[in-house]
Write a protein that binds this ligand. Structure first.
Ligand code: ADP
Ligand code: MG
Length: 280
């Protein structure tokens, strides 16, 4: 047997390290996927947010405490101006609260510097916007894997296929956004949000630009991501029908949580909204 050269043994060591790293990644990811239910993935304490000063001061959020449990779909509702977007942006690390703190998957994001926060958002948070926000020059497939490309990570082939199949885009992968319907574009956005297996997926009025049928398809998809993949989803919506697919419905009014209920029917949600809209 030939003695191993220094060069060969070095490359063996490198290879072993690479394998160990892969294994850590792999086991890390599979534990990630089996996130146990009942654990709070998002925790917010004493959140407040004001805009402006003096007489013009607006209290968008007032001392909000809220937790979001793994593997559940929560709808956030409330009249226009009640603080829904402010809450969601702060929970997702897109805006800083005036007071209070937020932790995602055990990491306090309200204390992170910009670079770490960007990294955490990329690794742990998925977003779906009302206006889809796809890149026009990329194909559907390229849009879906974009978060991984940006992080210089490769897609796990099995997961990528599962996600594309779940959103039903198998035969649209080479299309660009302009060649897709609104519903198809939003399904690309859902796949893009799921591809990194985020700790939490935020959706701001995900059906706001869709007709009721395609909106319903996107809602089904969000529901299935919770039931089949154990995804944690927080969705802001105006629509009682959309909120009726949620496991929990949180109602805001004047920057405070007014009501926090498990599963509600469309009619019960509708009545609650009507009551909240009555000025005090
Ligand atoms: P919602 O999403 O429920 O409609 P928002 O969170 O957008 O409510 O807004 C809550 C309150 O904060 C509103 O009174 C709104 O006018 C105010 N607000 C939101 N963003 C700003 C801003 N950038 N500057 C000043 N006031 C703001
Ligand atoms: Mg809003």
């Amino acid at each position: 047997m030939q003695p191993t050269t220094t060069r060969e043994s070095e490359s063996l060591v490198e290879e072993r390290d690479a394998l160990a790293q892969l294994e850590r990644q792999f086991t890390g990811e599979s534990r990630f996927a089996e996130r146990p239910e009942g654990r709070a993935v998002v925790t917010a304490r004493g959140l407040s947010r004001t805009y402006g000063k003096g007489d013009a001061k607006v209290h968008a959020l007032r001392d909000v405490d809220i937790d979001f449990t793994a593997g559940r779909l929560t709808a956030i509702m409330g009249p226009s101006g009640s603080g829904k977007s402010t809450l969601m942006h702060i929970l997702a690390g897109l805006d800083q609260p005036t007071g209070g703190r937020v932790a995602i998957d055990g990491v306090e994001i309200t204390r992170l510097k910009e670079k770490k926060l960007t990294q955490l958002r990329r690794d742990k948070i998925g977003f779906i916007f009302q206006s889809f926000n796809l890149l026009a020059t990329l194909t559907a497939d390229e849009n879906i894997v974009l978060p991984l490309s940006l992080a210089r990570r490769r897609a796990d082939e099995g997961w990528r296929r599962a996600v594309i199949e779940a959103v039903g885009l198998q035969d649209r992968l080479t299309h660009r956004p302009a060649e897709l319907s609104g519903g198809q574009q939003q399904r690309v956005a859902v796949a893009r949000a799921l591809i990194t297996r985020p700790a939490v997926l935020f959706a701001d009025e995900p059906t706001g630009n869709l007709d009721s049928r395609t909106g319903g398809e996107v809602l089904d998809l969000l529901r299935r991501s919770v039931d089949e993949f154990g995804q944690t989803v927080i969705m802001v919506t105006h629509d009682a029908g959309a909120a009726s697919i949620a496991d929990r419905v949180v109602f805001l009014k004047d920057g405070r949580i007014e009501l926090d209920e498990d599963r509600m029917t469309r009619d019960a949600i509708y009545d609650t909204i009507k009551n909240l809209e009555v000025p005090r």
